[in-house]
Design a protein around this ligand. Sequence first.
Ligand code: HEC
Length: 187
Amino acid sequence: MRYRVAILGALLLASIAAGRAQDTGDKMAVPGDYREWVFLTSSLDLNYTTAAAPGHHMLDNVFVDPQAYKAFLKTGTWPDKTILIKENRMAESAGTLSKAGQFQTGVMNLEIHVKDEARFAGKWAFFVSPDGKQPGTLMPQSANCYSCHSDHGAVDTTFVQFYPTLMGIAKDKATLSASYLKESAPK
Ligand code: HEC
């Protein structure tokens, strides 16, 4: 009996350690409930990294964790521990009653943008899960994710200019980044 308890204890500890290990180093588990988070936008063919094959379209869905969303409504910017997820899906037109238009099908991959000031030197980091289920792999600082987001994202390296429920708040709270203001100023 004691022996069994010891084995169960050891298994429990090992599984806790494995769970933690997923969120350290260069891996991050895909949050299981992200589809119940706050929906920010869906964009058609706005993609810079995983191009769809010629003649194929892609749609994405962006979600943010509810605590970060609530904080943004108050402050116009993201708190520490914010997680944003961009789920990239294939678009398809076959099999609908409609003569035009596209609907979403399978997940192509999933991109995660996390703010963790203690963990990442640049405060934020990107992870990519190849199928939306496997843990995301940390993108190196040299990846173009970082430069495009920091040069062109409207608020704190995120693309708030494409999130219609948030852009007005960022304007009201004057949290738009200097590079975005410069880029969007009338020429
Ligand atoms: C050339 C510019 C560019 C590059 C490079 C880029 N992105 Fe983005 N990203 C965008 C734009 C624009 C959006 C917002 C619009 C959309 O696609 O829905 C976005 C949105 C996101 C979001 C949603 C949260 C946010 O920050 O606004 C994530 C997550 C994301 N990108 C991950 C990545 C990852 C991972 C990489 C690198 C593998 C990457 N991006 C490279 C332009 C870029």
